[in-house]
Design a protein. Structure first.
Ligand SMILES: [Zn+2]
Length: 186
């Protein structure tokens, strides 16, 4: 492959990823972090996509990005949904092999971004009415990779993946094992 071809295909991959992020209603700053494209190119891409392809119903989100890990553990349903999303992220290689303290900086990249989109799309298919936005999915992956506030572990009853909020009451089991009063949890 000639150098110009290589650069072209690398650019192409960034654009494709940015489009996928836009379809999932990611914020401009998130798209910039993960694709390395400038805000200006992202804005143009956004305009072209919305105006020329008529992709209405796509909203641009402003304001602060998600920051509270308790979002994922606030209810049994949410814990379960977040666990589904996290499981798919682990299976599709979105998560790094070890904990990374500067996850916000070191995690983003085109390859991982593609895997993340893949994981998010699978999650949406698996869950009836998905409650986790793409921005929250990015936050979940980052928080889990950092592992200081939120970590993934196995349910002591069924070995399924559960999420543990370090700042909340300790929990050893998934929702259904806790509900069924699994002895192994005691
Ligand atoms: Zn369980």
């Amino acid at each position: 492959m000639r150098i110009s071809d290589a650069r072209y295909s690398r650019d192409r991959m960034r654009f494709d990823l940015a489009l996928r992020f836009i379809q999932h209603e990611a914020r401009t700053s998130t798209i910039r972090q993960w694709t390395g494209l400038t805000d200006d190119r992202i804005r143009k891409l956004f305009r072209t996509y919305i105006v020329e392809d008529g992709a209405e119903g796509i909203t641009r989100h402003r304001g602060k990005s998600p920051q509270q890990v308790s979002f994922f553990t606030r209810s049994p349903q949410m814990r379960q949904e977040a666990a589904v999303l996290a499981s798919v992220c682990y299976m599709l290689g979105v998560m790094p092999a070890a904990r990374v303290s500067d996850a916000r900086k070191s995690l983003p990249g085109v390859q991982r971004g593609e895997a993340l989109c893949e994981a998010y799309e699978v999650y949406r298919q698996l869950v009836g009415t998905p409650r986790i936005s793409f921005e929250h999915a990015v936050f979940l992956v980052t928080a889990l990779a950092r592992g200081d506030e939120l970590r993934a572990t196995h349910c002591a009853g069924c070995r399924g993946l559960i999420l543990v909020d370090q700042g909340a009451m300790p929990t050893r089991g998934c929702g259904s094992c806790e509900e069924n009063g699994q002895e192994r949890l005691l």
